[in-house]
Design a binder for this molecule. Structure first.
Ligand code: PAN
Ligand code: ZN
Length: 189
């Protein structure tokens, strides 16, 4: 009789959020990938285009678009600034607008910036252990406001999809900027 196949389950390192195991896909976003995301284009030009701003490790046990499934991911944002803005993710609405998501902070300090479809923007402070429920119909972006890597884990529906275009076209209505040493949301003019 053939012995049952040994399945190596994915494994999370709770000190860093790092995912290990087979089938983990990694995506890297560099300074060059984030043109148009930050307000200070001149400040962006002074940075190495190949420098990594953030990385996402994702575990997709079902195909993208599958109804009823869940994905797991870990995001790692380097510390850094572009002008007075903190290194941050592109940000997106879910393509299926009503799909929500959980984020749980593992390490570092940051902010989860949330904007509803009426373009009302707010943020939640992220620190190790903080649990963030992102409701449907809400664009989300994270910024590293500290001096070390910000890492968080996430869980979202496999049919949520990512709409980056809406944010690429109009951005968020407010930006998280360093104002006199403190992260503060500043409305776009
Ligand atoms: C996260 C994000 C991740 C990177 O896994 O995809 O933090 O941010 P961007 O996708 O905006 O580049 C998530 O929200 N998934 O749905
Ligand atoms: Zn999302």
């Amino acid at each position: 009789m053939t012995p049952p196949a040994i399945v190596l389950l994915p494994h999370v390192d709770f000190d860093t959020g790092t995912l290990r195991g087979s089938g983990i896909e990694t995506a890297v976003r560099t300074i060059a990938d984030l043109k148009g995301i930050f307000r200070d284009a001149r400040a962006l030009e002074t940075l190495d285009p190949k420098a990594v701003v953030y990385r996402v490790e994702a575990y997709a046990p079902v195909a993208e678009g599958t109804e009823g499934g869940l994905f797991w991911g870990a995001t790692f944002i380097e510390p850094g600034m572009v002008g007075d803005e903190y290194f941050m993710t592109k940000g997106h609405f879910h393509a299926r607008r009503n799909r929500g998501e959980y984020y749980v902070t593992v390490a570092g300090e940051g902010a989860l910036i949330l904007m509803d479809e009426a373009r009302q923007t707010r943020f939640e402070a992220m620190s190790p252990g903080s649990v963030h429920y992102i409701p449907g119909h809400t664009a989300h972006r994270t910024a590293n406001t500290g001096n070390a890597v910000l890492s968080f884990v996430a869980c979202w529906p496999s049919d949520a999809g990512h709409d980056y275009e809406t944010i690429a076209a109009r951005g968020f209505s407010a930006r998280l900027r360093n104002v006199a040493g403190v992260p503060a949301l500043v409305e776009e003019a």
